[in-house]
Design a protein around this ligand. Structure first.
Ligand code: IPE
Ligand code: IPE
Ligand code: MG
Length: 247
């Protein structure tokens, strides 16, 4: 498929930001915003399936989010565990393949067990690929890719001269998946915050002030519509893309 002409993105990556502010607006503790954020995920996953999106990557917890107050971090871990407990069966029933992308080694042993169980249960599913980025950082991802490659060079499985862009990409956590076509960040900030740094090189960026808990299927459609109106040139000229002869 010609990715420059596609109207529905194959892969959407979302920074789900604004939970804390959503709660604050309602005079509630930040945690209530995170709970509402989990509910919003359900609707967006459903809508991606209905729209024919192949991969959805959601930033749930960054490698920098450990810097938050300990209480918020532990509540987020509990919420993550509950969400896995409550949602995995439904994801599986809907043929969704769940991947947890990130350095999961820092999570508690029981959460790690839950992650392994959930991902192996859904591993053979052929529908939407749902990547939940947890303790994820784009710099960590590139670093762990390089570490794997160096280890393979040391054992002789690879030679240094074989290191190229596609080899690095093949060792990222998103290996074998298409790169994101559309990146969405809710909550009004216009930054990447160390999300999929390598993979976003040619992704269309979309920012909205909507706070994540209030981001709806209609908002997702607005983002997809914006994506569909853009011309993706990947370094080429507009004339090359449209086929008009204007050298
Ligand atoms: C995003 O919402 C969720 C996480 C980072 C876990 P925030 O918690 O960052 O919400 P704001 O940005 O403070 O409103
Ligand atoms: C990015 O949001 C990470 C997630 C949504 C999980 P943050 O709220 O942590 O980002 P910054 O700190 O404002 O850049
Ligand atoms: Mg935030």
């Amino acid at each position: 498929m010609d990715t420059s002409r596609r109207k529905v993105p194959r892969h959407i990556a979302i920074i789900m930001d604004g939970n804390g502010r959503w709660a604050k607006q309602r005079m509630q503790p930040r945690f209530m915003g995170h709970r509402a954020g989990v509910r919003a995920v359900e609707g967006i996953v459903k809508h991606c399936v209905a729209s024919g999106v192949e991969v959805l990557s959601l930033f749930a917890f960054s490698s920098e989010n450990w810097r938050r107050p300990g209480k918020e971090v532990s509540l987020l871990m509990e919420l993550f565990s509950h969400a896995l407990e409550n949602q995995v069966k439904r994801l599986h029933k809907n043929n969704i393949r769940l991947n947890i992308i990130g350095d999961t080694s820092r999570f508690s042993p029981s959460l790690q067990q839950q992650i392994t169980a959930a991902t192996s249960l859904t591993a053979a599913n052929s529908g939407l690929v749902l990547n939940i980025a947890a303790n994820y950082g784009g710099r960590w991802d590139i670093t762990q890719s390089v570490q794997q490659i160096v280890a393979k060079i040391q054992t002789g499985e690879l030679e240094a001269k074989q290191v190229d862009e596609s080899l690095i990409a093949d060792h990222l956590v998103t290996a074998a998946l298409p790169e994101p076509d559309l990146f969405i960040r809710t909550g009004g900030e216009q930054r990447i915050s160390n999300f999929l740094l390598w993979q976003l090189a040619y992704t269309e960026l979309y920012f909205t002030d909507k706070l994540w808990p209030e981001f709806t299927a209609q908002d997702l459609d607005n983002a997809i519509e914006s994506f569909a109106s853009r011309e993706r040139r990947f370094g080429r000229t507009s004339e090359q893309i449209t086929g008009s002869d204007d050298a």
